[in-house]
Structures are given as structure tokens and as C-alpha cells.
Design a protein around this ligand. Structure first.
Ligand code: NDP
Ligand code: BG6
Length: 486
């Protein structure tokens, strides 16, 4: 990859979990790949009173486990040369002076302001950046999810950021859009003619999108109590994946051409009535159990979590898209913490053959399936029926690997690497536009409202399972089953 022109990135929340686990490691990898020029600067800002040396020590110790074998001291030193630290209270205008002086040394560079703090600060940071004249024409802002906790609060934050940045400067990140298999799904759908005719209700029986984690809330109990699985994962990551699967072919790869099509999908999602919320959604909360044979505590026993918490750590929904292409095809979405496996995948189940001609006792019939797996491994497999060698006409499912691991040997970029590079380059295609984000909130709000009004609590599921029993029932009512149960 070509080295990018010098830029400045201000990383608000530079000492936080996201910065240490994902953002700094992603930037390190790009130093290693030679993409980040020696003159580029990463200006980390946070509350802690640390010297530059102390911050660098903390960053190296904290990031190193996330770099694995790619860590080497020389590359780290070269990376560290680009990093500066600004202890500041982002809410106080007085703290922006030192940052401004440093940025002022290179007024013509691309400036990326990355808001890796609580969204409660996004308005104040934008206002202070605006008031101190730090937002240039070549500036962009990257905002983390979830943006707000409902439609109204997300509008307030968008308004506050939008007073200082134009929409073309706002990069709403959803790191699932940066994952390699998601890119590959776009390539498969819109770089080939084979799939498009099949990609519709006539041939697709159902779609399943699963993001299951073995992790719990990992010390983020406070945050999670206010958020829950629906806001943390489904409103953003899972709905974005649904859009990539369901959208019409865009006229080009221009950001707005792609985002217009995703928006149409979000606006075509069938709205939930209170009765639908009862029959088409399932919420759960994990109780003590074992994940990968390790005993783990229940959610209600996690630090920062109320003993009588009603927060869901699992959600499954049956979504329907009211369009000619997708009418009648259920899209099942589920996500949860402390599940049996770490698994993120999209399963497209095609219909059965209209008339089976291979009968007999040893016949195994299985409809075609396309599985796009994002975790734990990245792959794209198409399952077909083929004849088993031998005398008898016995069919067996086989899979074609569409990921061409053998053909492409390059290192795959982590989602945050790709998205950070796109933000620096100003490429908006993989970022969420305001209207998309609001359409997603609009669709999930009746679920949030019905849950809040209901006396029911999330159903408990044992840590290390696939979620509450209602999750399987959601599909079995349509005569279907989750991929791992089938
Ligand atoms: P953390 O709580 O770990 O980090 C918060 C950061 O904000 C710290 O660097 C903290 O600095 C800084 N901060 C807090 N108050 C101030 C202040 N008044 N002035 C200056 N800095 C301040 O949060 P995360 O890193 O987990 O999350 C950051 C954002 O990213 C959130 O919006 C979250 O929703 C989002 N996100 C996080 C993910 C994750 O995996 N962690 C995943 C996806 C999104 P200090 O340490 O000095 O107090
Ligand atoms: C984040 C959520 O957006 O995504 C976390 O806030 C979750 O709760 C994480 O753990 C999962 O991302 P990934 O890429 O590890 O599947």
C-alpha cells in the first residue's frame, strides 16, 4: 500500500479500552505496513495526568498483548515517535490551547478527530474544537457507536456534531462494515452475475445473522447496564450486516450510492407492533455457567451491574423487509454475550429443490447454503449437493470455498485498520450516514419501548449456551432452525 501524506489524528479517549485494544494496535500495524508516514502524528488526549513517556509506557504494555506476533520493538519505537500525549479535560475549553498550538504547526494537513470517549462528551468536544478554530476544511471527525440511547438522543448528538462539521466530514464508525468477509460479500454480490438472480424471495428461504460472543461484559458493566445487547450490537452492527445482504445493487461504489440503498432497506423493515415485540423478539440475560469449560459468573453478579438488572445480554429478532425482493423472507438476527461459541456469521439458506429425483433410503437432501463467516475464522463457503463416489447415487453436501485463501496471500486488514485508513483518506463508503442511523433507531425503538413497559424480565440462559429456549422457538414456529441446530 502507498504511504499516505502526513496527517494529524487527535485521539480523544487515548487511554481508554477501545484506543488500547483496537485503535493504537491498528495504527501500529499500518506503521509496520509502511502506510503511515514518519511525519504523521497521533495526538492522544485523556484525563489522566501523564507525561508523554508515561503514556507511551502504558500504551506499549497495554497494546502489546493485542499485537501478538506482529509486535517488534523497532517498529514500536518508530510508531511511538509519532505519538504525543495531551492530559486534558475535554469538557473545559481552556484545555484546547496546547492541542491547538500543536495542530497549528501544520495547518494544511488532514486532521482526523477521533471521539473515543463516552458520547456524552461529543457535543462539548465539537463545540470547543469549533470555538478554538481547530476544524479546517480538511478535518474529519470519527464518532463511535452507539450514538445515543434512542432516536431523540442520537438526533441531539448528531445536531451538536453537525453544527461544527459538515455531513461529508462525519465518519460514523461501525467496525463490522470494515471486516474483510463483509467486503467480500459485496464483491460476491456485485462483482459477479451468478448470485444476483438467486438473491431474492423466489430462491432464498431465510437469512440468519448471528454475532455470538464468549466474552461477558469485561469490566464494562456500568456501560452495559445503560446499553444492553439491542443498543450495543443489534441497532448498529447486525442491522448494517442485514443492509449489506438485502440492499439493491447500487449504481456505483460512491458513498451515497451505497448508503442510499442501505437506507432503503432500513426504511422497508416492517415496523413492530407491541404484539410483534412479544412474538418476534426474544431477550435473555446470562446466569452463571461455564464457557469453554471455565466457570463464569452470571451477568447480575458482574461488577457495576444491579443485582436485579433487567438489561438484556442476548437478543434475537425476526425481521421482515417489505419489498418485492424480500417479501415473506424472514431475516433472523441474534447476538449475545457468554454464548457457547465465538461466532459471527451470515447464513443464506436457499430453498429446497422443487422436485427431488434422487430418492431412496440413503438419500440426504440439504438445501444450498451460503455461509459468510467473520469469526472465529474468516471464510465464505457455498454448500452444494454432490454425488458421493461409488456405485450408489448418494448425494452429500460439499462446500466450495469462495474466499480464495490460496489465491490471495496478503495479510488481511483488521476492521479498524481499514476504517482508520478510509477516514484518513476521506472515503465515506463504509461509514454510516445520519439518516441510516436514525432509520435504524426508528425501527428498534418500538422494541425498546415495549420491553421498558413490560413487566416481563429477560429470560435467563446459562452462560455457555446458545441463549434462552425462546430463541429456537422463534425459528421453529416457521418450521426453521438456527444453523447449528439444523
Ligand atoms: P473507556 O471508559 O475505556 O475510555 C474512556 C476514555 O475517555 C478514557 O481515555 C478517559 O480518560 C477519557 N475521558 C473520560 N472523561 C474524560 C474527560 N472529561 N476528559 C478527557 N478524557 C476523558 O471507554 P471505551 O474506550 O470503552 O469506549 C470509548 C467509546 O467507544 C465509547 O463511545 C464506546 O461506546 C465506544 N466503543 C467502545 C468499544 C470497546 O470495545 N471498548 C467498542 C465499540 C465502541 P482517562 O482514562 O484519563 O480517564
Ligand atoms: C462492540 C461492542 O461494538 O463490538 C462490544 O460494544 C462487542 O460489546 C464488540 O464485544 C464485538 O466486536 P468483535 O469485532 O469483537 O465481534
Amino acid at each position: 500500500m502507498k504511504t499516505l501524506p502526513d496527517f494529524d489524528m487527535v485521539l480523544f479517549g487515548g487511554t481508554g479500552d477501545l484506543a488500547m485494544r483496537k485503535l493504537l494496535p491498528a495504527l501500529y500495524q499500518q506503521v509496520k505496513a509502511g502506510t503511515l508516514s514518519a511525519g504523521s502524528r497521533i495526538l492522544a488526549a485523556a484525563r489522566k495526568q501523564l507525561s508523554r513517556e508515561a503514556f507511551l509506557e502504558l500504551a506499549e504494555a497495554t497494546c502489546r498483548p493485542f499485537l501478538g506476533e506482529s509486535y517488534d520493538p523497532d517498529t514500536w519505537r518508530s510508531f511511538a515517535d509519532r505519538i504525543h500525549y495531551f492530559p486534558m479535560d475535554v469538557q473545559s475549553g481552556a484545555s484546547y490551547g496546547a492541542l491547538g498550538e500543536r495542530l497549528g504547526q501544520h495547518p494544511d494537513r488532514v486532521r482526523v478527530f477521533y471521539y473515543s470517549t463516552s458520547p456524552d462528551f461529543f457535543a462539548a468536544i465539537s463545540a470547543h474544537l469549533g470555538a478554538t478554530g481547530l476544524i479546517t476544511a480538511d478535518s474529519r471527525v470519527v464518532v463511535e457507536k452507539p450514538l445515543g440511547h434512542d432516536l431523540e438522543s442520537s438526533r441531539e448528538i448528531n445536531d451538536a456534531v453537525g453544527r461544527h462539521f459538515a455531513e461529508r466530514q462525519i465518519f460514523r464508525i461501525d467496525h463490522y462494515l470494515g471486516k474483510e468477509p463483509v467486503q467480500n460479500l459485496l464483491a460476491l454480490r456485485f462483482g459477479n452475475v451468478l448470485f444476483e438472480p438467486l438473491w431474492r424471495r423466489e430462491w432464498v428461504q431465510d437469512v440468519q445473522i448471528t454475532v455470538a460472543e464468549q466474552l461477558g461484559v469485561e469490566g464494562r458493566g456500568d456501560f452495559y447496564e445503560r446499553t444492553g445487547a439491542l443498543r450495543d450490537m443489534l441497532q448498529n452492527h447486525l442491522l448494517q450486516l442485514l443492509c449489506i445482504v438485502a440492499m439493491e445493487p447500487p449504481t456505483s461504489s460512491d458513498p451515497d450510492a451505497v448508503r442510499d440503498e442501505k437506507l432503503k432497506v432500513l426504511r422497508s423493515l416492517k415496523p413492530f407492533t407491541p404484539q410483534d415485540v412479544v412474538t418476534k423478539t426474544v431477550r435473555g440475560q446470562y446466569k452463571a455457567g461455564a464457557v469453554g469449560s471455565r466457570p463464569v459468573a452470571g451477568y447480575a453478579q458482574e461488577p457495576g451491574v444491579a443485582a436485579d438488572s433487567r438489561t438484556e445480554t442476548f437478543v434475537a429478532v425476526k425481521a421482515e423487509i417489505d419489498t418485492w425482493r424480500w417479501a415473506g423472507v424472514p431475516f433472523f438476527l441474534r447476538t449475545g454475550k457468554r454464548m457457547s461459541d465465538k461466532l459471527a456469521e451470515i447464513v443464506i439458506n436457499f430453498r429446497q429443490v422443487p422436485h427431488p429425483i434422487f430418492g431412496g433410503a440413503d438419500h440426504t437432501s440439504r438445501a444450498n447454503r451460503l455461509i459468510i463467516r467473520m469469526q472465529p475464522d474468516e471464510s465464505m463457503r457455498l454448500y452444494l449437493m454432490a454425488k458421493q463416489p461409488g456405485d450408489a447415487m448418494t448425494l452429500h453436501p460439499v462446500n466450495l470455498n469462495l474466499d480464495f485463501e490460496e489465491s490471495f496471500r496478503e495479510r488481511r486488514l483488521e476492521a479498524y485498520e481499514r476504517l482508520l485508513l478510509d477516514a484518513i483518506r476521506g472515503k465515506l463508503t463504509l461509514f454510516v450516514r445520519r439518516d441510516e442511523q436514525e432509520a435504524a433507531w426508528h425501527w428498534v425503538e418500538p422494541i425498546l419501548d415495549s420491553w421498558a413497559a413490560s413487566e416481563d424480565r429477560p429470560k435467563l440462559y446459562t452462560a455457555g449456551s446458545w441463549g434462552p429456549a425462546g430463541s429456537s422457538a422463534l425459528l421453529s414456529r416457521d418450521g426453521l432452525a438456527w444453523n447449528e441446530e439444523d
